[in-house]
Design a binder for this molecule. Structure first.
Ligand code: NAP
Length: 211
């Protein structure tokens, strides 16, 4: 199987790359930046699996970059079997200081939506044709329990809004494919990956193994 994973240079993305390669998949590892310290582990994997791992430069918020990466993959491989939208951001502390409504940082909210929602939609938009050409296509959107509509709590408001919207987008994708492209049997998942000791998850990762 050939799969594309976004945000592949660290955290959950890197672990998924590692797992995919170990089980014999070929992986297209998409990264916002393809140089710098954050790439060390992925580059080591590239040395270990030179024929099975390709690193792609792709900021999920930049439409031209997503399009360019999709064109490159289409020309070289013609299809992908799975897409894991894992790139994500969280800029808040669990409890925001001050008044959650009046003091909300709107620019920060926009940046959350841009990566966690628009980014996911852009990657799906430009890679869907390649999933249509797979015999067993699958999309996994990594969202979060933070999207849960609960009558209690106001932690991480901007992040939670973005993950709720990402879930809605995933459901619409699923409904469309079920109603209009049933013959593809495409599997679509929205996944809360659990609490992980990554750069993003540190604040809530008590007892988890560092990734
Ligand atoms: N950690 C948790 O406990 C937890 C819990 C629930 C859900 N999640 C979700 O699980 C996913 C993985 O989280 P994680 O813990 O692995 O996070 P992480 O370690 O902070 O990694 C975030 C990744 O997203 C990439 N990224 C950020 N902005 C990007 C952009 N514009 N274009 C492309 N890539 C971009 C980062 O790349 P750079 O290195 O270039 O910044 C990095 O690879 C996220 O979607 C998160 O919301 C995590």
């Amino acid at each position: 199987m050939l799969g594309l994973i976004t945000g592949a240079n660290r955290g959950l993305g890197l672990e998924l790359v590692r797992l995919g390669l170990a089980q014999g998949d070929s992986i297209l590892a998409a990264c916002r930046n393809t140089d710098g310290e954050q790439m060390t582990e992925l580059l080591t994997l590239k040395t270990d699996y030179p024929e099975f791992l390709e690193i792609l430069q792709m900021d999920v918020t930049k439409e031209e970059e997503v399009k360019e990466a999709a064109d490159k993959v289409r020309k070289k491989y013609g299809h992908i079997d799975f897409l894991i939208n894992k790139a994500g951001v969280l800029f808040e502390k669990m409890k925001m200081p001050g008044d959650c409504i009046r003091d909300l940082d709107i620019d920060m909210l926009r940046r959350n939506l841009e990566v966690n929602v628009v980014g996911t939609a852009l990657v799906c938009k430009y890679f869907i044709e390649q999933l249509y050409r797979s015999v067993c296509p699958c999309i996994m959107n990594i969202t979060s329990e933070a999207a849960h509509l609960s009558p209690k709590g106001y932690n991480y408001p901007a992040y939670s809004m973005s993950k709720y919207a990402a879930n809605m987008y995933t459901q619409k994708l699923r409904n469309f494919l079920e109603e209009e492209r049933k013959e593809l049997h495409m599997r679509i998942y929205m996944i809360h990956p659990g609490r992980m000791d990554t750069a993003m998850g540190k604040e809530n990762a008590g007892g988890c193994k560092e990734m």
